[in-house]
Ligand binder design. Structure first.
Ligand code: NAP
Length: 277
């Protein structure tokens, strides 16, 4: 009962790995760089690249967790159809697909396949807030645009728990789940929760969109990614801020709150601890 996890070193995929181990499953984790992967003992770490489907070892696995984009530009994975064909040929039973903002070629191929598929559509991850850790430590400030915008942020641990439950227990074939947290929060509200968790005063400073754009470009983000991210935050579609019960429906317990996430990650904002593992 081995389950293959792509994106296993990432915020969400790492939690899929942890949850599968907790459910007693063998895990084959895919990474492009095994030496840097830092995955738990007992995990079979294999080097593979989703843009080269022949490098993804589907042989002998009963389930797979698949990303729909790869690389740093949020571009859809164009090799989706070939990955799905290879998974079918290898006899993979169940597949979870991690949506990333649009209906990708991989999602198209999976939903047309013979695999027992489940699409997971997370809204913004709570872990995105870790990008503020450095400025909180250095200046006690969080600078972000769009103070009005709310997001139904989901705890990445809940993404992992849902994916693992779907892959291990079954009964979710042909379903698409939207994964949210229990409330929609603005950035100032998130900052207040981090301040409460760390016991530090943290100021929220509203940036103009142009200031935010300049900062993201200076940090090396490609212009099209900057447009995508700012557009999502500025004009968030209803799916991004609407709280739904899919996490609780699958797990039988409430979705985790941002306040609990902030307590788990307080060390990142205070001392720079790597709280992701
Ligand atoms: N952050 C959000 O708010 C949000 C919301 C909805 C959906 N998503 C989507 O959720 C997915 C996971 O996000 P995350 O934050 O967990 O990821 P992350 O921390 O940014 O890490 C990216 C992961 O993707 C893997 N990866 C990238 N390119 C790859 C390739 N060519 N072949 C194989 N693996 C590759 C990396 O593996 P190695 O570096 O180890 O090779 C790493 O595990 C992404 O597709 C993202 O678009 C994110």
């Amino acid at each position: 009962m081995t389950i293959l996890v792509t994106g296993a070193t990432g915020n969400a995929g790492r939690r899929v790995v942890d949850e599968l181990l907790a459910l007693g499953r063998e895990v084959r984790a895919v990474t492009r760089n095994a030496a840097a992967a830092r995955l738990p003992a007992g995990v079979e770490v294999v080097e593979g690249d989703l843009t080269r489907p022949e490098t993804i070892p589907f042989d002998g696995v009963t389930g797979a967790h698949l990303l729909t984009n790869a690389g740093d530009d949020y571009a859809d994975l164009l090799t989706g159809p070939e990955l799905v064909e290879r998974a079918e040929k290898a006899g993979v039973g169940r597949v979870t697909v991690l949506w990333s903002g649009s209906r990708s070629p991989l999602e198209e191929a999976v939903t047309a396949s013979s695999l027992e598929w489940t699409v997971l559509r997370p809204v913004d991850f709570m872990s995105n807030a870790l990008v503020w850790a450095e400025s909180v430590r250095a200046t006690g400030e969080v600078r972000e645009p769009f103070a009005y915008a709310r997001s139904a942020l989901v705890h990445e641990g809940d993404i992992g728990a849902v994916a693992a439950a779907v892959l291990v227990r079954g009964g979710h074939g042909g379903r698409t789940y939207t994964l949210t947290g229990p409330e929609a929060l603005s950035v100032p509200e998130q900052v207040a929760a981090i301040a409460a968790a760390t016991g530090r005063e943290i100021r929220y400073v509203e940036q103009s969109e142009e200031e935010a754009r300049a900062g993201m470009l200076a940090a090396g983000r490609p212009a099209e990614v900057v447009d995508l991210l700012l557009g999502w935050k500025r004009d968030m579609p209803a799916v991004g801020y609407t709280v739904v019960s899919d996490v609780e429906d699958v797990l039988g317990r409430p979705a985790r709150s941002f306040a609990s996430w902030a307590r788990e990650h307080a060390g990142a904002f205070v001392s720079g601890a790597d709280t992701r593992r």
